[in-house]
Design a protein around this ligand. Structure first.
Ligand code: ATP
Ligand code: MG
Length: 497
């Protein structure tokens, strides 16, 4: 076996490399080409390790691909889509399980004018790479020799951190408008810039995004929101006009009028700038990031200027919550995401208003209103501080932390209150056949102390019975001490020091 050294193959994990090797041997023996393609190649060239999927392109036709993959010992093989010519397979067991997709080289064929193109499987590798979206995604690596095939100079673009459409950007986006969002998503995930011509075409074609299904738009936007360079990604959406098409609800945040008003607000450059920073500062979880993006959506519509010249946004949280709910509904988000985001937007200002004079019940009420997204709410509130003045940022963060700590304390108290003696008064009277009296409280307190100390399980009735029995026997042996004082002493004795 030839030992190859390839900058891409060498960066795969050992199990990815072994599998690539054995597939290369099997396809090679059958006289078929097999190339690694797509995200794995891009990320390997970027030095970003990927644990999961391997995508291959092959000269074999789908039925042959299937046979070859089966002979490689896949644990399951399935057809991803006849139309796409893709065979999927799972290899190995957890934690080394690998998901593989092998797709026959494809090209677009135009059987008649004015019809959608069809996919033809009589293509070469070069054809196949030529129909991919961006140059960084149009690089192939020979699974056998490790040779890099890069007809569109994707490596050079990766080196320059550029998202550049393959060939004519207008044509690429017209073929599949989802690519418009994918471009912005890669900006957000990789921190790349948009190539100038690509960006111009995105601007021209932004409105064609309306042709794409809402679910796919939602999925791409969510990936974009979770990106490490989300501020760059969001700005790409705004500059190209995609934001306006995908999320008209927040378009008013970006308008010039906002910027004009900024000096009067005195604190932040403008609402969009603030929004982007809040998103970037929030943890990368879908509900929080979506809420961060939408949290001030109600502000442009509720702005008023008081007699003193102060700007107010009365009721913006509630309106924003409705706008958020509507926006995510339009994108067919599931109910859980929609209602989480609505709650978060509606309540986003509350934690920062916390002060130590709040009563326990005020905190409990806020926690009840918030429900399951309590941690998300506190994280959002902590992120929603972009003041240029450090002391303000610190004070706001401290308020949120103090609220977090107080709620936790309350919860611990609730849990403590739930810790009970495994035997109640009725149990004790029945078991020991004794009338009611102070002895019950003594025994119960003793048992509860043991439960709090973790020395007795709250449901261990048998264990509790033994302890109660010896406690009462002791009491009878030393008639001076009451059960209550004995209980106290023995509980102290069992408590860990
Ligand atoms: P990731 O898996 O990290 O999201 P990826 O680049 O692997 O990134 P996939 O959606 O898995 O993206 O697609 C695999 C490859 O298929 C891409 O790298 C690209 O070459 C091609 N591709 C995917 N979607 C499109 C599209 N809409 N238009 C053209 N080519 C595409
Ligand atoms: Mg992929």
């Amino acid at each position: 076996m030839l030992v190859v050294s390839s900058k891409v193959l060498d960066r795969l994990t050992p199990s990815q490399r072994d599998l690539t090797r054995s597939l290369a041997d099997i396809f090679g023996a059958a006289g078929k080409e097999l190339h690694l393609v797509g995200g794995i190649v891009r990320d390997a060239l970027l030095g970003r390790a990927r644990l999961a999927d391997l995508d291959f392109a092959t000269s074999a036709q789908p039925p042959r691909t299937r046979e070859l993959i089966e002979s490689a010992g896949a644990s399951s093989v399935y057809l991803v889509g006849e139309r796409f010519g893709t065979i999927g397979a799972i290899f190995g067991e957890e934690p080394h399980r690998l998901h593989v997709e092998v797709t026959t080289y494809r090209r677009e064929a135009y059987p008649e004018a004015h019809r959608f193109p069809e996919v033809a499987f009589d293509a070469t590798l070069t054809d196949d790479l030529g129909r991919r979206d961006f140059t960084m995604n149009a690089i192939a690596v020979d699974s056998d020799s490790g040779e890099v095939v890069d007809p569109w100079q994707g490596e050079a673009d990766i080196a320059q951190a550029l998202v550049r459409a393959v060939g004519d950007p207008d044509e690429r986006f017209a073929e599949d408008p989802l690519r418009l969002l994918r471009a912005a998503r890669f900006v957000s995930q990789l921190g790349f810039r948009l190539d100038w011509r690509t960006e111009q075409a995105m601007e021209r074609q932004a409105s064609s995004l309306a042709r794409i299904s809402r679910e796919r738009i939602l999925a791409e936007l969510t990936l974009l929101l979770l990106g490490e360079y989300v501020d760059h990604g969001l700005d790409a959406l705004r500059r190209t006009g995609l934001l306006h098409v995908a999320l008209p609800e927040i378009e008013p945040l970006t308008t010039e009028a906002e910027a004009d008003l900024a000096p009067r607000l005195g604190r932040e450059k403008d609402l969009w700038d603030h929004t982007v920073r809040v998103v970037r500062q929030s943890p990368p979880r879908p509900a929080v990031r979506w809420a961060a993006l939408l949290h001030d959506a109600g502000k442009p519509l509720t702005r008023s200027v008081g007699l003193d010249g102060e700007v107010h946004f009365f009721g913006h949280e509630r309106l924003g919550a409705e706008l958020a709910y509507r926006a995510l509904g339009r994108l067919n988000a599931d109910r859980a995401l929609r209602s989480s985001v609505r709650t978060l937007v509606e309540l986003h200002g509350r934690p920062a208003a916390y002060d130590p004079t709040w009563t326990d019940s005020a905190i409990r009420r806020l926690a009840l209103d918030t429900g399951e997204v309590w941690d998300d709410l506190l994280d959002l509130a902590a992120a929603d501080v972009t003041s240029g003045r450090e002391h303000k940022r610190i004070a706001a963060a401290q308020r949120v932390d103090a609220l977090r700590a107080r709620f936790q304390h309350l919860q611990e108290q609730v849990e403590l209150a739930r810790l009970e003696s495994p035997l109640d008064g009725n149990d004790l009277m029945e078991i020991f056949d004794r009338p009611p009296g102070p002895w019950i409280k003594g025994v119960k307190n003793h048992l509860r102390e043991l439960v709090i100390d973790g020395a007795l399980a709250p449901d261990d009735r048998n264990g509790a019975l033994q302890i109660a029995r010896s406690l009462l026997a002791q009491e009878e042996a030393s008639p001076v001490g009451s059960a209550a004082t004995t209980a106290k002493q023995s509980a102290d004795a069992t408590r860990p020091r």
